[in-house]
Ligand binder design. Structure first.
Ligand code: NAD
Ligand code: LMR
Length: 331
């Protein structure tokens, strides 16, 4: 039986991540090889000509699953009836900036987008925020869309998880697939904590397998936390293909039951593990058989891990207070 298409709105569709992402959605890598998709491509007016070129290239791929392309700079059109909203569009940081420096520049974009999602998207719409600072932007979008349940808002730390897995695999001399249960906690910022104590290498604690705590604390953690800056320095532009890949990983893992382990996704906190309530923060997530996600319970965190997670979440509380102050939102 033919499936109805999943309608995916993508903001910043003509940008670098957009260019690496759209073709993977349209080819079936995000929602599966028998799931038709419709793409609502959203850009700002000056980028509409470039967007038309991207749409031409999508046409030229003759993807069998791609049923419709909408190109628009009107948010009300762009989010109409969408099942997923991938909020990528925003200004990336340049060398020497921290992601939090983008708060004032990008924060207001997410008020308008949240409102338009509230007014035009399906009530079941799920929203993944990629544009930085993605945790706080996600919170702003969520607060601007009061009719869409909070549990349907996510921000992306899967790129950090993927980066962390590779660093551990390289150090241990194993394959990336042998590294599992690696949760990146907290903010998508240098303060994030990739939990090497609970991560597994071939089902044993990564900390025990690597057996070099000073490397883990002093090299691994900062390498993961500053990888985005290292890419900007090397490439002269922020990560795009790996970020798009992480979007595909995040969404495809949120729409199917999790088999073993868990994944890092930023979600609304209800106080799990002592995390302050009401921030969008990265935690270990599992999806059950009927498609509901939950934060995995019972992970043992030692004092060092708790301190790192608390510091990263304190940064998010501070970002929220600065952004909400600028935007006139109440906490
Ligand atoms: P880019 O500059 O190449 O593209 C951004 C696009 O967004 C541009 O085409 C621009 O016209 C568009 N845009 C700007 N404001 C918009 C708006 N209000 N509505 C719709 N579109 C808008 O940037 P990029 O490399 O694609 O990165 C996009 C964002 O993703 C940046 O904020 C970057 O920091 C962030 N990012 C996040 C992660 C993560 O892991 N969370 C990883 C990589 C990049
Ligand atoms: C990344 O982690 O690569 C992105 O968030 C881009 C950046 O500014 O670091």
């Amino acid at each position: 039986m033919k499936k109805d298409p999943i309608r995916v709105a993508v903001t910043g569709a003509a940008g670098n991540i957009g260019y690496a992402l759209l073709f993977r959605i349209a080819s079936g890598q995000m929602f599966g090889p028998d799931q038709p998709v419709a793409l609502n491509l959203i850009e700002i007016e000056p980028a509409m000509a470039a967007l038309a070129g991207v749409a031409m290239e999508l046409d030229d791929c003759a993807f069998p699953l791609l049923e419709e392309i909408v190109q628009t700079s009107d948010l009300n059109v762009g989010f109409k009836d969408c099942d997923w909203a991938l909020l990528v569009g925003s200004v990336p940081r340049k060398a020497g900036m921290e992601r939090a420096d983008l708060l004032g520049i990008n924060g207001k974009i997410f008020v308008g987008q949240g409102k338009a999602i509230n007014d035009h998207a399906k009530r079941s719409c799920r929203v993944l925020v990629v544009g930085n600072p993605c945790n706080t932007n996600c919170l702003i979008a969520m607060r601007s869309a009061p009719d869409i349940p909070d549990k349907q808002f996510f921000a992306m730390t899967r790129l950090d998880e993927n980066r962390a897995k590779t660093q551990l695999a390289l150090k241990a001399g194993v394959k990336v697939k042998d590294v599992t249960e690696l949760c990146v906690w907290g903010n998508h910022s240098p303060s994030m904590f990739p939990d090497f104590y609970n991560a597994k290498i071939n089902r044993q604690s990564a900390a025990k397998v690597i057996a070099d705590e000073s490397w883990l604390k002093e090299t691994f953690v900062p390498t993961v936390g500053t990888r985005g800056a290292a890419i900007i320095k090397a490439r002269g532009a922020s990560s795009a293909a790996s970020a798009a890949n992480a979007v595909v990983d995040t969404v495809s893992d949120l729409i199917k039951p999790t088999r073993g382990g868990y994944h890092s996704v930023c979600v609304i906190s209800s106080g799990e593990y002592g995390v302050p309530e009401g921030i969008i923060t990265s935690m270990p997530i599992r999806v059950d058989a009927v498609g509901n996600w939950r934060v995995v319970e019972g992970i043992k965190l030692n004092d060092y891990a708790r301190e790192k997670i608390a510091a990263s979440n304190a940064e998010l509380v501070e970002e929220r207070s600065v952004a909400f102050g600028q935007l006139g939102l109440s906490i």
